[in-house]
Design a protein around this ligand. Structure first.
Ligand code: S6P
Ligand code: ZN
Length: 197
């Protein structure tokens, strides 16, 4: 319950099992919207011939996109692979490049892959309870490495940061997360181009 003399505060609930936030509407991304992002293009084509699986969805509170507000929400990546590469988000830089973001893992097992415009990279392993502070200037992508469970994270960043998807669509991330001998492994992306600096 929320009580007080103003109506500025917001009380909301985050379901740690489903990742849903009250009745907020979400955005869904299917494989067809990420055709060029998985390294095994034949696997992409074969899967799309059978359907168009949902890879992830995300929800936010829909607060105003001002510098003083925070964009707050959840991201839910389904379990699965395209060839040997795990389901993941598109990933993006923020248009306000310096805008950092924090993610708290609520459920599942995954990685946050991060990369600066200069090609420096970091990967943070996520389990329930772990949180990662994605520094300003770093592109970020969530990858679900569980064979069975959704990867659910809660995020917050300055609400006017915006999203630059084009750079990652063009150059990719330097590291891919693939399954090797039944385990996740980070490997170099042979198609990576250093494109932004
Ligand atoms: C936004 C934040 C997340 C992502 C979501 C989907 O800055 O990082 O809400 O939007 O995880 O990923 P993407 O790369 O498709 O936006
Ligand atoms: Zn972001």
């Amino acid at each position: 319950m929320l009580t007080g003399s103003t109506t500025l505060a917001r009380l909301f609930s985050v379901d740690t099992v489903t990742g849903l936030i009250d009745n907020q509407p979400g955005m869904k991304r299917h494989l067809s919207s990420m055709r060029g992002m998985f390294h095994d293009t034949e696997a992409v084509a074969a899967m799309l011939a059978e359907g168009d699986p949902l890879l992830y969805e995300f929800y936010d509170l829909g607060l105003p996109a001002t510098a003083g507000d925070l964009a707050v929400g959840t991201s839910i990546v389904l379990p699965g692979k395209v060839g040997d590469e795990y389901y993941m988000t598109k990933g993006h830089f923020h248009e306000v490049l310096e805008a950092a973001e924090v993610y708290h893992c609520l459920a599942g097992h995954g990685y946050m892959i991060m990369e600066s415009p200069e090609g420096e990279w970091e990967a943070a392993e996520l389990h329930p309870g772990s949180a990662v502070y994605v520094p300003g200037r770093y592109a970020h992508r969530s990858v679900n490495v569980s064979p069975t469970d959704k990867l659910i994270t809660f995020f917050a960043f300055r609400a006017d940061a915006g999203h630059d998807y084009g750079t990652i669509e063009h150059q990719g991330f330097r590291k891919l997360v693939v399954e090797r001998n039944g385990k996740p492994e980070l490997v170099d992306n042979p198609a990576w181009q250093k494109g932004r600096s």
